[in-house]
Design a protein around this ligand. Structure first.
Ligand code: PMP
Length: 308
């Protein structure tokens, strides 16, 4: 995990503001009860660095809307306004050749216990390295993802990252870069900020959302890439013990991208990641615009041609 950057600007209150002026009052519900929902969106430069494309902008907006609705935070912005808000910050902060990670957050800035709630869309944006992520070593946490009637995993809310944070602290002390969280039934939910793909007998499996994971946009893309590549893909519960006999394991998500597992607990994973490697190659060719794919929707920032 790299140190948090301090960019020049943020977006708050409907405009670009200096980073140091992006402040929230200590009495706001977003601070005292953790009431905020957010998204993470990647901006990819195309291969010849003539344009930057925001991946799956509309899908992220839809999920942000769903999260706000489930968390009872009023957020009535339309897609065009949201897109323009993201674009304005990206235009102010982009640097040629440096990919971006954009974090739009809807904070509850007024209100108490859900009464008279008012929200504000705040956007921050960070530079990201362009290289593909290396393999990672992952443990299984003693912290769990809660059930849907406690803290629904499909809400991408700050509160949902309490267990993730504790899991990362737990994992760090044991030398792991990330941790897998199980659900109360002892089956695999997801990792701290990404979903799990498991390959067994030439089929890609991933736990469905009802197992306690976020409704991942990257997994949706993977599903469609698998269809193109004629790789069988199935959403079904994944048991803990299956992790130890899997042919390949991979964490996927907007920020994680494709992090294949080199070790799970004390067990090394097979060095070859044949199917995941093919899916990741297809993903990278699409996000860089060299082999567009309809599942990889890129919204152009600079007006050039990126992706499909
Ligand atoms: N699970 C969690 C807990 C996450 O934070 C993320 C990242 N948003 C994911 C899964 C992957 O979701 P997505 O592919 O939409 O980024």
């Amino acid at each position: 995990m790299t140190k948090l950057q301090k960019p020049k600007y943020a977006y708050m209150g409907g405009r670009i503001v200096d980073w140091d002026d992006a402040r929230i009052h200590v009495a706001s519900e977003s601070l005292i009860r953790g009431i905020s929902v957010f998204e993470g969106i990647k901006g990819y430069w195309n291969a010849d660095e003539t344009d930057l494309g925001l991946l799956a902008l509309r899908a992220h907006f839809s999920r942000l809307k769903r999260s706000a609705q489930l968390n009872e935070i009023p957020f009535d912005m339309e897609f065009d306004g949201f897109s323009e808000a993201c674009m304005s910050l990206v235009r102010a902060l982009h640097a040629k050749g440096s990919d971006l990670w954009i974090r739009p957050t809807v904070y509850s800035v007024q209100g108490n216990w859900g009464l008279d709630t008012e929200s504000d869309l705040v956007i921050t944006c960070y530079q990201q390295p362009k290289q593909r992520p290396p393999g990672i070593e992952v443990g299984i946490s003693t912290w769990q993802r809660p059930l849907d009637n406690a803290l629904p995993a499909r809400i991408k809310s700050a509160a949902n990252y309490q267990a993730s944070r504790l899991a990362r602290i737990e994992g760090r002390s044991a030398g792991f870069e990330d941790m897998i969280l199980l659900n109360p039934m002892g089956r695999v939910a997801e990792a701290t900020g990404s979903c799990l793909l498991m390959v067994r007998e030439d089929c890609v499996f991933t736990p469905p959302a009802y197992e306690g994971c976020l409704e991942s946009i990257t997994v949706g893309i993977v599903e469609q890439l698998c269809e193109t590549l004629h790789i069988p893909f199935k959403r079904r519960p994944v048991e803990r013990s299956e992790l130890f006999i899997a042919d390949e394991l991979c964490l996927v998500g907007t920020l994680m991208e494709f992090g294949h597992l080199r070790r799970i607990g004390h067990r090394p994973m097979p060095a070859e990641h044949r199917l995941i490697g093919r899916i990741a190659d297809e993903f990278w060719a699409a996000v860089r615009g060299s082999r567009p794919h309809p599942a990889v929707e890129l919204t152009s920032v600079l007006g050039g041609q990126v992706g499909s």
